[in-house]
Design a binder for this molecule. Structure first.
Ligand code: DGJ
Length: 728
């Protein structure tokens, strides 16, 4: 292995030191805190400093571990690349001729530093490649690719790709892992596990990132928290099948990696064809908040990120479900406008024969039965009230009982032996089948244009199980072959095409709630529906888990009716609205049933949100590490310049001790003084008030972040909002 001086890339408090050897892909010497003004020559001995046993092959690879570790280098743990030709050859790729090049790209948030590497394997007629990007946010994004180099006229023995899983090393003291899991109506619960020898493998086999998505698979020293501990994490920016890996090897190296989970035979390359992995995203931080800020900053730098204030919306689902009645929906629109709603979204049930969930999916034309005068009377009414109009779709799904299924049975994904299982009476439409994507594009575009739709809620309720192509797609599909990979790319293309045609159209990613939230879809949507659970008590957890990846302005958060539909829990309006206020706020409640005082109260909290959304939707999210986390939450947003902050102090249960001692307000600038006061009136149910609640206090940020404030005695499922404004 010949080494030139390593490359030192720096950004946003992050240093990434890469060796670019002549016999392997880049070797990560350091990924973490900024090393300061040191250049490659200063780091020339980094490889020798890490080597302990130069004679042994396994030590060699352990110390010089590339982002694609391979067996021929002496790597005896799980290799990063799994592939072979159909005749069994090329099972152990052996790239031998390497080239590395550096590049840079300027964007709105700064400069991205890029390293592209190729490793040709002339013996097996293939080339592997990697691309490493250090983004201005300090996020590291890595992808890999493989190309079949056989001449165009070569026959047989296609290259079947099993996986490409780039990895990055994490410090050897990382002995605890954190990720998220969950299910429908309970997404993104934090889970901690010891990082013991062996692998923690988190996979999605359901053709979407899933309700149990890992969000980040993060590693750190046991006990790390929101504000403390050095933590490294990995996330796959992909909305199909995924694999996340934390590997603690016998050689002592601890690695994080991720890749697309490819089904058997799903990607088979012919001569000249290339498979490129999704982006594998790596973040690190001192505390989970800092790790999350990197993905927040990256998302905020994307051209697709919403640039105007997030309109407060009303969604009709839990208000009327499938019961579409023009008069009722107009009265609901009146009530919505009265409380300050800015966007009115008509949910499921407006099209085809869709009067319940058993039929009509796929028939994307307005139902003359439910809407004899078309949607225009409602849309015009909504527009006349000064609100935008949004509409629900579930484009990738199809009911067997639909005109579309009768006309195009070959567009339904199947296992070739009777079909995939139905979920919620639905099957999956093959977006890669010739004509299918074009049909959806045409049907959706026509409605967007005709009705002046500002927003699509894009649902996706069924997992993709046993889903193969029925027909050959001209580019990639082979009849009978697994189709999740093609489906994911075709979805991205459809979303991209719609955005190109309608640049102002906003799209929400919903998959039975939060079943498709990942950094792949987030390049194409402006909101996610975090969960079908609107119960504010559970939402506190769901929103906290989602905040690991997404900033608040992208996370749909609704005020539901007094009794939560999914849990039957009864909660005060102040707590429901005070919880929804933290995201892209909305209402999902039959306001025609709400009494006047509830509507007035809701209107006042929506007005409060509107006054705060500039701060909420641009600030840094912060969470206090509290000993009684199950019962108490203190979290908030702090303006990037530290001049302003909003916190919630939320009680989710009874504290074991009473009264609680002072608790910190995290993330304030230690060098400034803040005036701290209640941002919302004290709630009627409030017990003992804390001294600072009467008129506020002025204290240094250092004191507030370290020691903080005495707490009021909050009943379970109540919260107060606290504003901290810098006074100097
Ligand atoms: C599942 C979504 O998560 C709900 O919000 C709603 O849109 C229903 N689908 C409609 O069928």
């Amino acid at each position: 292995m010949t080494l030139r001086p390593p490359l030192h890339l720096r950004c946003a408090g992050t240093s990434l030191v890469l060796d670019l050897p002549d016999d392997r892909f880049p070797v990560v010497r350091h990924w973490g805190p900024d090393l300061g003004e040191v250049d490659g020559d200063d780091l020339a001995d980094a490889a020798r400093a890490g080597a302990t046993s130069p004679g042994a092959n396994t030590a060699w690879i352990t110390n010089d571990l590339p982002i694609l570790p391979l067996a021929h280098l002496g790597w005896s743990a799980r290799p990063a690349v799994a592939l072979s030709r159909t005749d069994g050859t090329a099972f152990s790729p052996h790239p031998a001729v390497f080239a590395h090049e550096q590049d840079a790209e300027d964007g709105p948030a700064g400069t991205t530093r890029i390293v592209r590497s190729t490793g040709a394997d002339p013996v097996h007629d293939l080339t592997l490649g990697t691309e490493v990007r250090l983004e201005p946010s300090g996020l590291v994004r890595v992808r890999a690719w493989v190309r079949d180099d056989r001449p165009a006229d070569a026959e047989g023995a296609d290259l079947v790709v099993g996986e490409l899983t780039p990895v990055m090393p994490v410090p050897d003291d990382a002995d605890e892992l954190l990720d998220t899991t969950g299910h429908h109506v309970l997404e993104r619960r934090l889970v901690r596990t010891p990082f013991t020898p062996g692998a923690r493998l988190r996979e999605s086999w359901e053709g979407r990132s899933g309700h149990d998505a890992v969000t980040w698979l993060a590693a750190g020293r046991a006990g790390f928290g929101w504000r403390s501990g050095r933590i490294h994490g990995v996330h796959l920016a992909w909305s199909g099948n995924t694999r996340h890996l934390a590997l603690n090897t016998a050689s002592g190296r601890r690695l994080l990696g991720a890749g697309e989970l490819l089904l058997p035979g799903e990607v088979a390359l012919g001569p000249g064809r290339t498979y490129t992995s999704p982006w594998v995203v790596f973040s690190w931080g001192q505390g989970l908040d800092a790790l999350a800020h990197r993905s927040h900053a990256w998302l905020r730098s994307l051209p697709s990120h919403p640039s105007r204030p997030r309109p407060v919306l009303l969604n009709t689902w839990e208000a009327v479900y499938f019961d579409h009645d023009l008069d009722k929906l107009k009265v609901l629109a009146d009530a919505a406008a009265q409380v300050g709603i800015e966007r009115y979204v008509l949910d499921d049930g407006w099209f085809g024969s869709r009067r319940d969930d058993t039929s009509g999916l796929g028939d994307w034309h307005v139902s003359p039965e439910a809407w004899p005068g078309g949607l225009e009377p409602l849309v015009e009414h909504v527009h006349a009230l000064g609100m935008e109009f949004g509409l629900w779709f579930e484009p990738e799904m199809i009911n067997a009982d639909s005109d579309l299924a009768r006309a195009h049975p070959e567009w339904i994904l199947s296992d070739g032996a009777g079909g995939a299982p139905e979920h919620r009476h639905q099957r999956v439409l093959d977006l890669a089948a010739p004509g299918a994507r074009e049909y959806l594009y045409g049907a959706i575009s026509a409605l967007v244009e005709r009705l002046g739709i500002a927003y699509l809620k894009w649902d996706h309720n069924s997992p993709l199980l046993a889903t193969g192509h029925e027909v050959a797609d001209p580019v990639a599909g082979r009849p009978g072959a697994a189709a999740v990979h093609d489906q994911t790319l075709a979805l991205y293309r459809l979303l991209d095409d719609l955005h190109e045609r309608f640049p102002d159209l906003e799209i929400e990613s919903c998959a039975g709630g939060g079943g498709r939230i990942d950094l792949g879809i987030m390049e194409r949507v402006q909101r996610v529906w975090a969960s079908d659970c609107i119960d504010a008590h559970d939402r506190q957890d769901i929103q906290r888990g989602t905040a690991l990846l997404l900033p608040p302005e992208l996370v749909g958060a609704h005020v539901g009716s007094g009794r939560a539909h999914t849990t039957l829990r009864d909660l005060d309006l102040d707590f429901r609205a005070g919880t929804a206020l933290w995201g892209h706020m909305g209402v999902e409640w039959d306001l025609t049933e709400a009494d006047e005082s509830a509507r007035e109260r809701l209107a006042s909290i929506i007005a409060l949100h509107k006054g705060l959304r500039g701060l909420l939707h641009s600030g840094l999210t912060v969470h206090a590490d509290l000993p009684d986390d199950d019962a108490l939450r203190i979290e908030g947003v702090v303006a990037p310049d530290g001049s302003d902050a909003l916190f919630e102090i939320a009680s989710l249960g009874q504290l074991l001790t009473w009264p609680a001692s002072p608790r910190p307000l995290p993330g304030l600038d230690p060098a400034r003084r803040y005036r701290v006061r209640l941002a919302a009136p004290a709630y009627p149910g409030l017990g003992l008030r804390a001294g600072w609640m009467d008129g506020g206090v002025t204290l240094p940020g250092s004191y507030l972040s370290a020691t903080g404030l005495a707490l009021p005695v909050l009943h379970p499922d109540h919260l107060v909002l606290v504003r901290a404004t810098a006074v100097d």
